[in-house]
Structure formats: C-alpha cells, structure tokens
Design a protein around this ligand. Structure first.
Ligand code: SF4
Length: 84
C-alpha cells in the first residue's frame, strides 16, 4: 500500500479539482449573491466526476459559502447536523 494512501498529501486531497467542471464557469456561478438561484450550479455538479470528493472536502474543511459537491450552504449545514 503506497504511503500516500495511508497519509494522503494535500496534493492527493485536491486531485478531484483537476476534473472540476466549475473551473469552466465563473466564480459568481458557484458563489451566487444571497437569495440567487443555485440550480444551474447544482446541475453542473451533477455531471462532475469529482462531486463526492468535492462535497467531502467542503464538509471536512467547513466551507461555509457557495455550492460544493452539488449542495448549497444550507444543505451542507443540514447534512452536518443530521442525526447519524
Ligand atoms: S462538484 Fe460542483 S463545485 Fe465540486 S468540483 Fe464539481 S462542479 Fe465544482
């Protein structure tokens, strides 16, 4: 087992960003103004192969703003506080 499987490096942790579809859209798309729709960003996330890793990263790093892994700020907050 490679050592970076046991102790993932920051580079490994961010490898999902290489295929990130949001890189092709502007930041305002994924960080919309309060009250604006997140529907289009979520649609793009739905087609992104890094979606699960992206969401895990956002939850692990307590990302508070924007759409990550197809979930809005409120949806991630609900997920964090959901009973396990
Ligand atoms: S899941 Fe969405 S926010 Fe995450 S990398 Fe893919 S397109 Fe970007």
């Amino acid at each position: 087992m490679p050592i970076n499987t046991i102790f993932p490096t920051a580079e490994d942790e961010l490898s999902w960003q290489e295929g990130a579809l949001c890189a092709q859209a502007g930041p305002e798309f994924f960080f919309p103004a309060p009250g604006s729709s997140t529907r289009e960003a979520k649609q793009l996330c739905g087609a992104c192969e890094g979606r699960v890793a992206c969401l895990e990263y956002a939850l692990t790093h307590d990302e508070r703003f924007g759409v990550w892994g197809g979930l809005s700020e409120k949806e991630r907050l609900r997920l964090r506080h959901a009973p396990r």
